[in-house]
Ligand binder design. Structure first.
Ligand SMILES: *Cc1c(COP(=O)(O)O)cnc(C)c1O
Length: 501
């Protein structure tokens, strides 16, 4: 299996190369040249398998240059009972909301309490093995732009991993108090964290630019280093996410909610379009899906795109209570467009160039049509988010975080509008305890405590839901990082963090 660049498909690299590099030097994203198919027999077999074995089966179809032993090692190292509190790292909670059945796929039982752990616990295993295949002693320098959750999950995954350094940039005023605290207290000898004056898009644009800067690549090369990415532009991030959609489908069959072969809908609270793209890739492999419901917050650039075929980032940017979705340039949409255009690298490149120069592009009628057949786009504003948290808790005593609330709200609208009652999996992307203040506000609690950790206690009092240990443990940890930089000085920060001045 080879991987092509979305902007130059004459490039074909191994999976090890695609993962080690993260992004193609031409600025395109690596995509599999074709999608392996899950046979009926494999679907049947997977019903009986553990999450780990399902993961091994799926991952080995893509990482064809990894040995069976290597893949076993990656999966068993990443998805332990200890790290993911239980046998099934991604359990489904069955709820009722406004008379509708919700199958909430909880993806946040990992060490940093967000779904990003599902990919970022295994990516370091992929990457260290990939590096050994493509080079001898090269050190990977992992640059991360984060809207809050990727940063911490990547730091936790890569801390003290041999031959890696990790540098994380986050928007100074664009993450929750807990997210900031999680990152600034990070331990490990090979980690560096820096806030930027700007938003996530500024951080992501600057990081992409550093990646593809020839002069920077040369400097790193002279020091025996190369850049790599832990953002969802790295295919190694998407692959583990394909697994949990297929696994969830098997669990739905085992729970008696559907029969093998039945179609499902999937609702995903979306920012960079990585998580929902992984669901789409699962569909390309044969997962029976009727509709992908793409849920946005007030930064509803994707809602408009799905409805009009025009992507336009020239709009007001909102800082919301669901900060991990405060994104106007959804990188992974590029991969969907490439696929839907029949792997047309020229047209994909053209649109991405227009996005860079004008902040806007319009897809062809044909592609717009394909998108609206498969995708529904909707959004939920701040009040809607809070009301959903409140009502879901009232109705079902279930506490959800702000991002999951956006998904539940948009799904609720979708069913009201269309009457489509196909069983639906809703991706729940973070623990409510990562966003305590917003969740307490939503519950209309009159006793809002001052400090973040008192808020955790208060939320626990109200809900009875256990506080995740990894968050409790942070209480007495000292902050290690306090650098704030201008967005045009990030390159300097990178070099100085690496000790190259
Ligand atoms: C990252 C994140 C999202 C958005 O996921 P994408 O893959 O970027 O679309 C949604 N919710 C939470 C909690 C996140 O951390």
């Amino acid at each position: 299996m080879f991987y092509n660049s979305t902007q130059d498909k004459s490039k074909a690299v191994s999976s090890a190369q695609a993962i080690a590099q993260g992004i193609s030097q031409d600025g395109g994203l690596f995509v599999p040249e074709s999608f392996p198919q899950i046979s009926d027999k494999l679907f049947c077999d997977m019903l009986e398998m553990s999450y780990q074995d399902r993961a091994k089966a799926i991952i080995s179809m893509y990482l064809t240059d990894f040995s069976k032993e290597e893949i076993d090692d990656c999966v068993t190292g990443a998805y332990t009972k200890e790290k993911f509190s239980g046998e099934n790292p991604t359990p489904i909670s069955s709820l009722k909301y406004n008379g509708k059945d919700l199958n909430v796929l909880e993806l946040w039982h990992g060490p940093t309490c967000a779904f990003k752990d599902m990919a970022l616990q295994i990516l370091p295993y992929f990457l260290t093995k990939a590096l050994k295949k493509v080079s001898d002693d090269t050190q990977a320098v992992i640059l991360v732009a984060t809207s809050g959750d990727t940063g911490k999950a990547a730091l936790e995954g890569f801390k003290d991993v041999e031959n890696t350094n990790i540098i994380v940039f986050y928007p100074e005023n664009g993450v929750s108090a807990m997210q900031k605290h999680q990152m600034n207290t990070q331990e490990g000898e090979n980690v560096f964290v820096c806030a930027i004056k700007g938003n996530f898009d500024d951080a992501q644009t600057a990081v992409k630019k550093i990646f593809t800067d020839d002069a920077m690549a040369k400097i790193l090369n002279e020091h025996g280093m190369m850049f790599s990415s832990a953002n969802s532009i790295n295919f190694g991030r998407l692959l583990p996410q394909i697994v949990y959609y297929i696994s969830a489908y098997c669990d739905m069959v085992n729970l008696g909610k559907i029969s093998l072969g039945d179609k499902i809908n999937i609702t995903v609270p979306t920012g960079n379009f990585g998580n929902i793209l992984a669901a789409y890739y699962a569909y390309e492999m044969g997962l029976p899906v009727n509709k992908f419901i793409c849920a946005s917050n007030s930064n509803n650039v994707l809602t408009d795109f799905i409805n009009t075929g025009i992507y336009d980032k020239n709009r007001k940017f909102f800082t919301t209570v669901s900060p991990s979705m405060d994104i106007l340039v959804s990188s992974n949409l590029e991969r969907l467009l490439y696929r839907l255009s029949g792997n047309d690298d020229k047209i994909t490149k053209d649109w991405m160039n227009k996005l860079k120069s004008d902040g806007r592009y319009e897809v062809t009628v044909d592609i717009k049509q394909k998108i609206s057949e498969l995708f529904y786009g909707g959004y939920c504003d701040e009040d809607g988010t809070k009301n959903t948290i409140h009502d879901l808790f009232e109705q079902d005593k279930y506490l959800c975080d702000t991002h999951t609330a956006v998904a539940v709200s948009v799904y609720n609208d979708y069913v009201d509008k269309t009457g489509d009652n196909t069983p639906c999996i809703i991706a729940s992307t973070a623990s409510p305890y990562k966003f305590s203040k917003a969740v307490l506000t939503a519950l209309k609690d009159k006793n809002m405590p001052e400090s973040e950790f008192e808020m955790l206690d208060r939320l626990h009092e109200l809900s009875g839901v256990e506080i995740p240990k990894p968050l409790l443990c942070l209480k007495d940890k000292k902050s290690r990082f306090s650098t704030v930089t201008d967005k045009d000085k990030m390159q300097k920060v990178v070099l100085s963090a690496l000790g190259i001045d």
